[in-house]
Design a protein around this ligand. Structure first.
Ligand SMILES: Cc1cc2nc3c(=O)[nH]c(=O)nc-3n(C[C@H](O)[C@H](O)[C@H](O)COP(=O)(O)OP(=O)(O)OC[C@H]3O[C@@H](n4cnc5c(N)ncnc54)[C@H](O)[C@@H]3O)c2cc1C
Length: 473
């Protein structure tokens, strides 16, 4: 999705008042109508159909919950003002970052959607950290940081996601095996709490709020600014694609390289074959600036049936899927995604069973499967399985041609697979198209559920924020 600035939006009709009796936003303030003037805004609040329809759409094209207004903030003060106004008038508010949710998580039925793309300034790049607005795309941060010779330690596979949206879910990638999630590499946040207070929080300041918000699915506060860790970046990536005949050969090789940490990057995929089946691919990367890594050392003991090795500039590697995702997005296909985290001990059995029925079409083409080190994932809102290692299984489904019944079948399939994973001690990585009740969320948070509820009562007592997650009913 393109980066937008405030000028792009001037076409929308600006709202000046709200009628609490009808819950309507008005572009004029009729006398003696009972309507109230909205607070001063540096940006604008609009109600034109194109803006509402965009805010009722996401990458999954499965949920379409229409808000009544969209805020394009011109300042953090605008967010404070609108969240307070929502508290006064019983409205709901959701932030939409880049809208890459798949099941309405960034939508607000009848409420206000805050489009964070208008607050997207990179404020500072230092050798060890960046200070950015929540609406910044990782692509812009990575590009700007690399020009200074630094980069985030972990990146998501796709960089067209907003900082705020990703820090609300976790942020996992092939370097998580060494550095945890993006939320584990976040040093400080400025947030607007659900009751409208602008607060700076970190591990040493307002820690409860910091821990609630990181991976907090937008439930407690709007992230407006983040300080994220950076480190010296390499110039080049050597990328190894190792093919295995069976999925259990893949997971065995992944366990070996995760345990000795020989690669900088570790993922894995089921790749469709010509005979409508899958090949199993270990995708690994080793970074370098001058001396390339030694292939024999890195490949020792891995015994793949096929090996491919390429060298690419580090930026090209980090940005490898951007164009493909943009092309898929342009097709507007239903995308009933499922991302689950499976305990190591249950992974082989679950994926072997899954592969008896999973077709490349059902998987949306490529499916991801890779392990990571649980001990590096320390932010308490992120629910990961017990044990030192878990695997991410990601079915990045796309229904082509679009077909509602087929999409609903795949969501039901997601529900069934998630139930199986949960019974084996697994969790969901919460970016999914799943039918989830409050009871499911209670189970998701397990022993932490009382803390989650208390944080909601404390920071968003009127249940204003992010209804599309469906956590509190
Ligand atoms: C093609 C693609 C590739 C992906 N690859 C990865 C990957 O490699 N690793 C990974 O971890 N994830 C990945 N994801 C999932 C992605 O991280 C999440 O869907 C993320 O939430 C999307 O960011 P966004 O800016 O589009 O958020 P949105 O979809 O706009 O929002 C997501 C949630 O966060 C809330 N939110 C957004 N901004 C804020 C804010 N500033 N403050 C508070 N709440 C906010 C929203 O209300 C919503 O509930 C991928 C998704 C897609 C579609």
């Amino acid at each position: 999705m393109a980066q937008l600035d405030r000028r792009t939006f001037l076409a929308g009709a600006a709202v000046v008042a709200f009628d609490p009796a009808t819950s309507r936003w008005l572009t004029s303030l009729p006398e003696n109508s009972g309507a109230v003037r909205i607070p001063h805004l540096d940006g604008e609040l609009v109600t034109d159909e194109a803006s509402l329809v965009e805010a009722a759409t996401d990458y999954g094209h499965l949920a379409h919950l229409m808000p009544r207004a969209v805020l394009r903030p011109g300042s953090v003060d605008d967010i404070v003002a609108v969240v307070r106004f929502a508290n006064e008038h019983g409205l709901t508010v959701a932030v939409r970052g880049q809208g890459h949710s798949t099941f309405g998580q960034a939508q607000a039925d009848g409420g206000v959607v805050i489009d964070s793309r208008t607050l997207a300034t990179i404020h500072e790049i230092a050798p060890d950290r960046a200070v950015v607005d929540a609406g910044v795309q990782w692509l812009d941060l990575v590009r700007t940081a690399l020009a200074e010779g630094v980069a985030p330690p972990v990146s998501t596979d796709y960089l067209g996601l907003s900082v705020g949206g990703t820090l609300s879910v976790g942020g996992i990638g092939g370097a998580s095996q060494h550095f945890g999630l993006l939320v584990d590499n976040t040093l400080e946040l400025d947030v607007v709490t659900g009751d409208g207070r602008l607060v700076t929080c970190s591990d040493t300041q307002e820690r409860d709020l910091f821990e609630a918000v990181l991976g907090g699915l937008g439930q407690f506060a709007v992230i407006v600014r983040a300080t994220v860790r950076l480190q010296a970046a390499p110039a080049m990536a050597r990328v190894y694609t190792l093919t295995y005949p069976r999925v259990t050969d893949l997971t065995a090789a992944q366990r070996t390289v995760l345990a000795d940490g020989r690669f900088d990057y570790l993922e894995g995929q089921f790749v469709p074959t010509d005979d409508d089946d899958f090949a199993f691919v270990l995708e690994a990367g080793a970074w370098y600036t001058i001396e390339p890594p030694d292939d024999d050392t890195l490949l020792a003991g891995l015994a793949p049936s096929g090996v491919d090795v390429v060298d690419v500039p580090y930026f090209d590697w980090l940005n490898r899927v951007y164009e493909t995702v943009e092309q898929i997005e342009a097709l507007r296909l239903p995308g009933p995604w499922l991302n689950v985290l499976i305990p190591d001990a249950a992974t082989d059995e679950i994926v072997t069973d899954l592969l008896t029925t999973l077709t490349p079409a059902d998987a949306g083409g490529v499916a991801l499967l890779y392990p990571t080190d649980r001990t590096l994932i320390r932010r308490p809102q992120v629910q990961v399985p017990e044990g030192p290692v878990f695997f991410l299984l990601a079915l990045l489904r796309a229904v082509s041609p679009p077909d509602d019944a087929e999409a609903e079948r795949l969501v039901a399939d997601n529900d069934a697979l998630y139930a199986r994973v949960r019974a084996a001690g697994g969790t969901q990585y919460p970016v999914n198209a799943l039918h989830l009740t409050t009871a499911d969320w209670r189970a998701h948070y397990g022993e932490r559920w009382p803390v989650v509820r208390q944080a909601k009562d404390r920071y968003d007592p009127r249940r204003v924020l992010t209804p599309g997650q469906g956590i509190f009913g």
